[in-house]
Design a protein around this ligand. Structure first.
Ligand code: NAP
Length: 234
């Protein structure tokens, strides 16, 4: 049974949707690990914990506290990080550090990880980092669910050209065609842009329902309920 939830990346686009969902669950106690104060969501069952993510010992201590479920939605971009090494530090090394800490302290706990579509056939820096985290999670022995979304749709304040182009140009025809012609084609939905809210909902629901030792991958139709995306609805 899950009572204590830890969230890493709760200030990000997917992470804040996870926190919003968790805030509506008073039966769960939630710790959000953040590098600076200022959680986007507040609720009586939610507290922030400032963590130096670079410090392996501090991460291990944070995970040694109560934790039945660790949700990881950490990430950056190569451009924002400034170098391949800095990117890998955030997208690969930090998640692996948290997974190791959890496996050592609570081997019966479970993990929900936000990865990416294509992580099963990695090419390039980004997908290789995602694949390495997925492999580390599998090797940890922890029960887990991995969400592999395609392009994320959100109200991100930061300007990311790729996301703006996808949102304005690619997403509307892709979703319209999917709804009209390819509603049952898993491959179509696997690459369809997906709203962060749908990723967070699917990940949290699946992570809470995991059986001991179970492993699940969420992609395509798993992340598009209906399979029609419900963008714009609260
Ligand atoms: N964008 C897409 O289209 C897309 C597609 C598929 C998969 N994904 C993956 O989905 C995941 C979530 O994406 P997102 O868009 O929700 O991410 P996001 O909005 O960029 O949020 C990233 C989170 O990681 C934290 N973070 C970044 N650098 C950190 C550091 N050095 N130390 C500690 N925390 C750090 C951020 O904290 P601060 O607030 O402190 O910066 C934030 O909470 C990522 O792994 C991403 O690669 C994204």
């Amino acid at each position: 049974m899950v009572r204590d939830v830890v969230v890493a990346g709760g200030t990000g686009e997917v992470g804040r949707r996870l926190l919003a969902r968790l805030a509506a669950r008073p039966d769960l106690q939630v710790r959000a690990l953040v590098r600076r104060p200022g959680l986007p969501v507040s609720a009586p069952n939610l507290r922030e914990e400032i963590l130096d993510f670079e410090d392996e010992g501090a991460c291990a201590r944070a995970l040694a506290g109560p934790c039945d479920l660790l949700l990881i939605a950490l990430g950056t971009t190569r451009a924002r990080a400034g170098s391949d090494e800095a990117f890998l530090q955030v997208d690969r090394d930090l998640p692996l550090r948290l997974i190791r800490g959890l496996a050592a302290a609570h081997p019966e706990a479970r993990v929900g990880l936000v990865s990416s579509v294509g992580a099963d056939r990695p090419r390039g820096l980004y997908l290789t980092a995602k694949a390495e985290v997925e492999a580390g999670l599998a090797a940890s022995g922890l029960a887990h669910v991995i969400a592999r979304p395609s392009f994320l749709v959100s109200d991100r304040a930061e300007f990311r050209l790729g996301e703006v182009l996808v949102l304005r140009l690619l997403a509307p025809p892709w979703l319209a065609l999917g709804r009209g012609l390819f509603a049952r084609r898993a491959g179509w939905w696997r690459w369809a842009p997906v709203h962060v809210r749908e990723v967070a909902d699917a990940l949290l629901t699946a992570a809470l329902a995991l059986a001991p030792g179970q492993h699940r991958i969420l992609e395509g139709p798993d992340l598009h309920p209906g399979p029609v995306a419900t963008w714009g609805k609260p």
